[in-house]
Design a protein around this ligand. Structure first.
Ligand code: CTP
Ligand code: MG
Length: 215
């Protein structure tokens, strides 16, 4: 069957504060260009969702559509814009994608039709109490932090998205929509370098890593 990489890149980048985040550059390349280049070798086509009014950057090796008001809506639009049997969904905001991780993910998808990259949590976890004080400790055993890429049989994920819309259910990722429907999602061990560029501190990390990554 055919495989497509779907890259939601339509966010405002409010927390970073440098305009549409996908266009922010790290080591001379935009976050979007890095994500596209990382996945292109594994797929038959790459689709990206961009903010309304933003023209696709020249030379972008991907088909561009207009995204929605939320990440979930942008992904749904991407799902409807491809006919591929298998889709890899990846945040443009995660520019460093180790090739072994993509390979392991693609191997895992056929088992249940859904797989996500994730990392066992290493930090102590606490729920904050009133006034940003230490509230209740949260045992971290068995907890994984979810990253992207995530891989799915497209028809399966499309049904899960349509059910979420019907129920008014909001999610921050796609695998969660499958799990919510009772579907099994395989967890594939991710990588610290797959961190999401969300805050100025993350951008500093990304800019420090880029020369090492590109070498
Ligand atoms: N995204 C999208 N469409 C939206 C919102 C987000 O395609 N309406 C994408 C972002 O472009 C990003 C990914 O979803 O690649 C993860 O979102 P996030 O890190 O939250 O990015 P932003 O929404 O741009 O950042 P912020 O929440 O700080 O505004
Ligand atoms: Mg956001």
């Amino acid at each position: 069957g055919t495989t497509a990489a779907l890259i939601p890149a339509a966010g405002d980048g409010t927390r970073l504060g440098l305009g549409p985040k996908a266009m922010v550059t790290v080591g001379g390349l935009s976050l979007l260009a890095r994500s596209v280049a990382a996945l292109a070798p594994y797929v038959d086509e790459v689709l990206v969702a961009l903010p309304e009014g933003l023209t696709p950057p020249p030379g972008l090796a991907a088909r561009a559509i207009v995204g929605g008001a939320t990440r979930q809506d942008s992904v749904l639009r991407l799902l409807r814009a491809t006919a591929a049997d298998t889709v890899l969904i990846h945040d443009a905001a995660r520019p460093f994608v180790p090739p072994q991780v993509v390979g392991a993910l693609l191997e895992a998808v056929p088992e249940t039709g859904a797989a996500s990259v994730a990392l066992p949590v290493a930090d102590t976890l606490v729920r904050a109490g009133p006034g940003e004080t230490w509230g209740e400790g949260v045992p971290r055993a068995g907890l994984w932090a979810v990253q992207t890429p995530q891989g799915f049989r497209r028809a399966l994920l499309l049904r899960a998205h349509e059910a979420a819309v019907a129920d008014g259910y909001a999610a921050t990722d796609d695998a969660g929509l499958i799990a919510r429907q009772g579907g099994r999602v395989r967890l594939v061990r991710g990588d610290a370098r797959l961190f999401k560029v969300t805050t100025p501190g993350d951008l500093a990390l990304a800019r420090a890593l880029a020369p090492v990554w590109d070498a």
